[in-house]
Design a protein around this ligand. Structure first.
Ligand code: MG
Ligand code: ZN
Length: 215
């Protein structure tokens, strides 16, 4: 993302995205809720035509660790929800993916940033399991185990259509789930509640909204 774009985004807050993010912020003041994040294409660069098989393949997208730190200051819980069909294909093991997530956790922990949980669907799409996104089980199962949270205040952040569908499928059961789309810039046709180029842009908008709302 170029710095020119940053300033354009800053200028557009008032007009378009800022009200949507302000609403997300205001509705959650003093509440217990969870921010659900897609992994590939949101936190790290998607490996085209392949999978992140080892930590060496994992490449943070720009400023994501700092974005996570800022979002963590806002969200009481942060959970990563990811389809990893490469496990079902035998390209990597469930242990390999756990090892990637251990490394990811360790790197963030050095900066006091905690990820509460990684919820992974390891299955082949063809298997028709109940947990592969956009099916809502990964999110709903986790929410069921955390009854101190308000399920309807959940937010799903993702870069693909299936993440938005996931938010709708969760909402149908939990009574609500807001969606934030990453990677479509300021596309007004996006059906998400808010959309940003990058997780960093979203985190900056949240920080700004919290500051202005004193939240
Ligand atoms: Mg993705
Ligand atoms: Zn599954």
């Amino acid at each position: 993302m170029s710095s020119t774009h940053s300033s354009r985004l800053s200028n557009s807050w008032g007009a378009t995205h800022y009200p949507a993010v302000r609403k997300l912020v205001v509705e959650r003041v003093g509440r217990e809720w969870c921010l659900f994040l897609d992994r590939d294409g949101v936190m790290n660069r998607q490996v085209v035509g392949d999978y992140v098989r080892t930590w060496r393949d994992f490449e943070w997208l720009p400023r994501v660790p700092l974005a996570l730190k800022m979002l963590r200051e806002w969200a009481p819980r942060v959970v990563v929800v990811t389809n990893q069909q490469g496990i079902g294909k035998g390209l990597m093991s469930a242990g390999d993916v756990e090892a990637i997530h251990r490394s990811l956790r360790a790197e963030l922990a050095a900066d006091n940033v905690l990820i509460d949980e990684f919820q992974v669907c390891p299955h082949l799409e063809a298997l028709g399991c109940a947990c592969r996104k956009p099916k809502p089980a990964l999110v709903l199962d986790w929410l069921k185990q955390h009854s101190d949270l308000e399920p309807s205040l959940s937010i799903m952040v993702g870069d693909s259509e299936c993440d938005l569908e996931l938010a709708n499928n969760v909402a149908a059961v939990s009574g609500g789930c807001s969606s934030v789309q990453i990677g479509r810039g300021t596309d007004q046709d996006a059906v998400a509640d808010a959309s940003f180029d990058t997780l960093w842009d979203f985190a900056v908008a949240v920080k700004q909204a919290r500051k202005e709302e004193g939240a």
